[in-house]
Design a protein around this ligand. Structure first.
Ligand SMILES: Nc1ncnc2c1ncn2[C@@H]1O[C@H](COP(=O)(O)OP(=O)(O)OP(=O)(O)O)[C@@H](O)[C@H]1O
Ligand SMILES: [Mg+2]
Length: 260
């Protein structure tokens, strides 16, 4: 390798997010660098999905205070599309079904739009199909995916695999994955976790994975674990914190917040 490789950092500083004037995220700070895997855990309703929608730039979420920066530049006020062009990838708990859009076409257009933003040539239909086939083979996804319509009739596990497929083709710098999906069986959970590890290392993707499944940590081996309760990160740590959560759950942290 020659020259310096530019590493992207997503930084959230003292962020407050409200929905319909109700404060949900209450002064949250977090930094995710390319190649790092962060797990954001916490009980239902603590504001995890709200945080991911706010990072994505969803208009329903009002930023009342603080900042969201990519490489020290604020992304507040920019469109989700612009955020994607800066290397962000967001996926959500309930991906929408878009009838009439074929999966492989959708992915090819998304890839080429990102390439255009980087002044790169578009990938041809033939080359894209080669790439697509190779990746679905890696992930054990059925060949028929290419001709299916976007998320239409995808099972919970298929949606998750599809998310990983999107990551492996779009290769964003930072991915926010909201994994709270009760439909995920233990095999799907393992496949998702193992591939997230692989992509973080091989493709140098920074990952913030939101989940309240302690058991995903068994396969995920995150570099950092954060516990979010009532709109704030109340504890951050490494592998040891993951083991502690696996054993005891969140009850200690929830009690602390209530006692405040
Ligand atoms: N569109 C909305 N309108 C009103 N309140 C909302 C809206 N979206 C979320 N909330 C509220 O914000 C709080 C945080 O919700 P959020 O979905 O961010 O939690 P979460 O941590 O992702 O929970 P889970 O683990 O269940 O996915 C909840 O009290 C929820 O009811
Ligand atoms: Mg959620």
């Amino acid at each position: 390798m020659y020259g310096e490789i530019k590493m992207t950092t997503l930084e959230i500083k003292d962020l407050n997010v409200s929905i319909k004037d109700k404060e949900i995220v209450k002064g949250l700070s977090l930094k995710v660098k390319q190649g790092e895997v962060h797990a954001l855990m916490g009980p239902n309703g603590s504001g995890k999905s709200t945080l991911s929608f706010a990072i994505m730039g969803h208009p329903r979420y009002q930023i009342k205070n603080g900042s969201i920066l990519i490489d020290n530049e604020s992304i507040l006020g920019t469109s989700p599309d612009e955020r994607a062009k800066k290397g962000l990838f967001l996926s959500f708990q309930y991906p929408s079904e878009i009838p009439g859009v074929k999966y492989s076409n959708f992915l090819r257009l998304a890839l080429n739009s990102l390439r255009k933003a980087k002044s790169l040539e578009p990938v041809s239909v033939i080359d894209f199909h080669k790439m697509f086939k190779e990746q679905i083979k890696n992930l054990g996804i059925d060949d028929s995916f290419a001709s299916r319509y976007l998320n239409e009739g995808f099972s919970g596990g298929e949606k998750k695999r599809s998310e990983i497929l999107q990551l492996s083709i779009l290769k964003p710098n930072i991915a926010i994955l909201d994994e709270t999906d009760s439909g995920l069986d233990i095999d799907a959970l393992r496949i998702v976790a193992e591939n997230i590890n692989r992509l973080a290392k091989e493709e140098n993707i920074g990952v913030l994975i939101i989940t309240h499944y302690q058991r995903i940590l068994r396969h995920l081996h995150p570099d950092f674990v954060h516990v979010m309760v009532d709109g704030k990160i109340v504890k951050s740590g490494g592998k040891k914190l993951a083991e502690e959560l696996e054993e005891k759950g969140y009850s200690d942290y929830v009690k602390e917040v209530i006692a405040e």
